[in-house]
Write a protein that binds this ligand. Structure first.
Ligand code: HMG
Ligand code: MG
Length: 298
């Protein structure tokens, strides 16, 4: 009962690098994104147009966006928190605008300095302006499966937030397990609820692999007909404003599993490994299983 094709959204240059203690040099980011662009991927989240003091690791978003070589088969996306961010994103002609908020009031406050209610009009305005500029819009809902400050999150809250985002005109929503606490039974429960209201084509899953459950969660989500997953090369990633958040599901591990299940992604595993090896020169140890195997073989 698995899909024939899965679409992977590479979030390494954004979610991956935002959680690194050191900033990766801009030229290295550009070279790395160019490698990813040639991997067969159809989507790369290249950076964030957030406040540079909040995420200093991504303060070079404009330069990165301007200098990468754009592959016409790839959608280049970035996080945008407000209209100031949108102005910066439009200046470099980003393809897709990614809005974000949290299902947890406390995490939302810590992450974007606003309550959930205060966030809506800001996102609505970004959404309106993005549509006017003919941009695709993605929405992220964070801490869906648990929050480091509030614990379990009521899925009805998530449904409300998704409903508001879709009403604003968001094309797709990525359901985030920000701190990697989700388990497969919980993924099934949450998806059963969400799919009562929203079509599966408009949902993506964003798993972090903090506790090693991400691939199991992908499997369950695929059984519910979800075909879009976010992942980061080498298992980089995490949100600096969510205590305990660590690596995203690794693109290389996800590809290993999907390809051997006969599921098509269009991405070349070797190119992704090359990209992982390249970025490893600049970041702390990569956590993916594929990277560990490679290292033990060398
Ligand atoms: P704030 O301080 O409340 O902002 O921060 P403000 O609107 O009050 O503005 C204050 C000053 O910041 C003003 O300048 C603005 O112009 C400036 P002043 O007038 O004082 O000179 N400013 C900006 N400058 C550049 N770019 C901007 C911008 N906005 C305002 N976009 C804000 C609010 C949202 C900006 C801040 O809290 C922020 O940048 N937060 C970013 C946090 C973040 O990026 N977190 C990680 C991403 S989320 C995540 O990882 C989860 C995810 O992966 C899914 C999952 O795993 O579940 C997506
Ligand atoms: Mg994330």
């Amino acid at each position: 009962n698995f899909p024939k094709n899965v679409s992977i959204k590479e979030v390494g240059p954004r979610d991956g690098l935002q959680n690194e203690s050191e900033m990766v040099p801009t030229d290295a980011k550009i070279e790395w994104i160019n490698m990813l662009s040639d991997s067969g991927t159809s989507y790369i989240e290249i950076s964030s147009f957030v406040h540079p003091d909040w995420i200093p690791q991504l303060k070079d978003a404009t330069e990165v966006a301007k200098k990468i070589k754009r592959n016409p088969n790839v959608t280049y996306a970035a996080l945008v928190p407000n209209n100031t961010g949108l102005e910066r994103a439009l200046e470099v002609n980003i393809d897709e605008v990614c809005l974000f908020l949290s299902a947890s009031q406390t995490h939302n406050k810590k992450n974007i300095n606003k309550t959930i209610e205060e966030t809506y009009p800001i996102l609505e305005s970004v959404s309106t302006e993005s549509k006017r500029a003919n941009k695709a819009i993605r929405g992220y809902v964070s801490t869906v499966f648990g929050c480091p400050y509030e614990g379990e999150i009521d899925t009805n809250k998530v449904i409300m937030i998704c409903d508001n985002l879709y009403t604003m005109g968001v094309d797709e929503i990525s359901i985030g397990d920000t701190i990697g606490v989700a388990n497969p039974a919980q993924v099934a429960r949450v998806l059963e609820q969400l799919l009562r209201y929203f079509p599966k084509e408009k949902l993506a899953m964003h798993f972090h692999n903090t506790r090693g459950t991400a691939l199991a969660n992908v499997l369950v989500a695929m059984n519910y007909g979800i075909t879009k997953f976010d992942s980061a090369v080498g298992g980089l990633g995490g949100c600096p404003y969510a205590k305990g958040a660590s690596g995203n599901l690794a693109t290389d591990d996800l590809l290993y599993m999907l390809h051997r299940m006969g599921i098509i992604t269009g991405i070349d595993e070797n190119n992704i490994i090359d990209a992982a090896l390249y970025i490893e020169n600049y970041v702390k140890n990569l956590s993916s299983h594929q990277m560990k195997i490679l290292k033990s073989e060398r």
